[in-house]
Structures are given as C-alpha cells and as structure tokens.
Design a protein around this ligand. Sequence first.
Ligand code: FCB
Length: 452
Amino acid sequence: MSDNSRAYPADFTFGVATAAYQIEGAASEDGRGPSIWDTFSHNTKGVLNGDTGDVACDHYHRWEDDLDLIASLGVDAYRFSISWSRLLPTGEGALNQAGVNFYNQLIDGCKARNLKVFVTLYHWDLPQALADNGGWAHRSTAEHFAYYAKTVAELYGDRIDTLCTFNEPWCSSILSHLYGVHAPGNTDLDLTLAVIHGQHRAHGLAVQAVRTVMPDLPLGIVLNCQAIRPASDSQQAKDAAQRHDRFHNGLFLDPLFKGHYPPEIVQHLGNRLPDGWQDDMESIHQPLDYWGLNYYTPEYITDSETGDEPYPNAQRVERQNVQRTDIGWEIDASALTELMVNLYNRYPLPPCYITENGAAYNHGLVDGEIDDQPRVDYLEAHLQAVLDIVAKDIALLGYFSWSLMDNFEWAEGYSMRFGLIHVDYQTQKRTFKKSAYWYQNLMSHRALTSPG
Ligand code: FCB
C-alpha cells in the first residue's frame, strides 16, 4: 500500500442495498397480497409515466443471478427488504408458503455466497388490507407489525446478521401523508402525526417481540436524517433551520433515542398528537444494537414565506450554481461528516452503518458500456467522508451503496437510475457500469488514495 492511501478498518462491512417493491416484480404471483404501492402506482397519477412495480427488475425470478452479481462485486453484505404482503398477504393471519420459501432461498443463497444478510422489515409497502383498516394511524397496525417482525425472526433469525424495523420512517410518514408524494398520497398534518406515532409504537413493539424469540439478533432502525444548514448567516435562517431540525429529525430521533418528543414539538403540536401518546413513550424507547443512516444530499433552510404553517415555518432553498445529480439533489460529501459529528454529539446513538448512499445518473449504454464517471466521483467523495468519520472515532461499522441495480424509483418510476448495475427493462439484461467496476476494485483494496 502506498504512503498516501487511507485504509478502511479490517472489519468494516461493505455492501449494496435494494428494497422489495423496487426490484422484485411478481406483484400478483404466488399469493402475494397487494400493498399501498400497488394501489398508488395503479390507481393514482402519483408515479411518473404511470410506471408500476408489477415487473420491476423481475428479481423474484432472477434472484440467483442477482446474488451472483452481488458476490462478483466482492462486497461483504446484502441489504434488502421483505415484502410484508408476500409473507402475510393481508398483513396478518396465515403465512403464504410461497413467500416464506422465496425469502428462505434468498437468505440461503446469500449465505452460500458468504454474504451477510441485512434485512429490512418495512421499506414502505404496507399491506393494502391494513391500509383499508386505517393504516399506521390505527393502533392495531403496530400490533400486526410486531407479529410480522416476530414471524420473520422465527423463520429466518438464525441466518440474519442484522434486522431493521423501518427504513426511513420520515418517508413513510411526512413524505407520504403530509406532502402526498409517496403512497398513500395524503396531505394531512394530524394524520401524519398519528402515522409517525403509530410507526414509533410499531418499532418499539417489534423490537420487544423479536427479542422474546431471538434475544441476540442485532436490531436497529434506518433513518434519513436531514443534513440541515441555514441558508444564510441571518438569525432568522438559523432559527428556521433549528425548527426544521426539530420537525424533520427530532420527531424521529428524540422518541427513539431519548424517549420523548422534542419540547418544541410538544409545545406547538402536542395537542395534535394522538390521545394518550405519553403512555407509549417508554415502549417506543428501546435500546438498539445499531442504527442506519441513509444520506444523499444537504438541505439549506430559511424561514417560510407565508409563515402560516403551525410548525416549523421553514422552507428549503435551492442553491444556484452547485453540482447536482440527475434527480436534482445537491452533491456535498462534507455534509455527511458534519451530520454524523452533530448527531453523535446530540444523541446517545449506538454504532452506525451507512445503509444507503448513492447518486441518480441516467447514463445509457454506448457500445455496450456505461461510463458513469459522475457516479464514481460521487461515491469516491462520500467514501472519503466515511474515512473522515471513522478517523473521528465515531463507531461507523459499514457502508452500503444504493443501489445494486437500477430499479423502480418510487414517484419517479423508472426515470431515475441509481444502480451500480444497469438494467434494460425490456430484456432485463444487467450490465456493470463503470461505477460497479470501480466499487469492485475498491472491494479488493479496501483503501482510497488520499485526496489532494
Ligand atoms: C431512499 C430510499 C430508497 C431509494 C433512495 C434513492 O430514500 O430509501 O428506496 O429510493 O432513496
């Protein structure tokens, strides 16, 4: 190794990540029940071009080849999610044996290829039957989730390396119930607060239920904490950034890691939280073995123009003349380091994995090859930041690239490509991009050259 190289710790875990609805397809095969994403993609105009996850990457039928691709990258781990309604078609009751078999094969396939298994229970695909019964705002959904979590632990816990309750509860509450961008597409603050609280309850109950059957299984949750910066030096912008933090980060971090909602939230919105919320806080606040951070972009915040929101009265500012990926997200790896330092100063956090990081670039095939150099640059910058974080003695245990392959990017449909591996949706052919070769090379060296 040359003098100017920086190595990752010997036991650092590298992986790639996906999610069930984004890749599996086979949406109505082998007894899978519908989820809110089937309904949203089919019955609303919420997804660009009317795209759906009906076929997606057809991973349900191609999982073996896909696992071979993951293994050929040389990574240590595969992070994927289980489709709740493939195991339990209505979210409760009898198991769907075909679904049980699918994930058994997938997990055994990972083990056979020496891949660690990072399982997410909820990556946004609530069984439609539970949504029809009131969804996350209905208290019984949390109990059904705990049953589902325990079932997964009983079925697969002996072969799972980590289990995550929720992926980005901000998206499955605020983005989907306040901003209306994701399924089920509501725009209602009271409903949003009930959903947030319902998901927190579900998380706490699931952790407790899993520990009754698999006490040693490492458990955690994945958050997309926002890397917030004031848009200017003005006191107004700084105050707005702080309010924005309390709402978009604190609503999640404080209950999970401190056992209460942020005082500012209680002061401004306490009367809009579901009745009796105080009695649930102890159950929500469970010790966790790890947490996951999904990081893509920083946010610049100033006070809101209208000032008519109940809280936080803040808004994002799109900065001019900055580098962005094809989805429009500003690129800044320094905000990742800043965010991690800030969070570990403020919260008693367990060790962390960066469970998602990556870039949308829509390069296509030219002479059979995909030259996605901007994605390589993005990954390299963020993997340098990972080394900066490790050097600060923050317990960062691993990094997962989003994503293994191009897939159904939620409201953007198939228009945004995040994969290391290109997918031709007509033929389902997979092709390594330049970034996949770059990541593969990193896996064999486990070090980067110092920048500058
Ligand atoms: C995250 C999601 C993931 C993917 C990336 C781009 O918010 O967890 O499924 O859509 O963004």
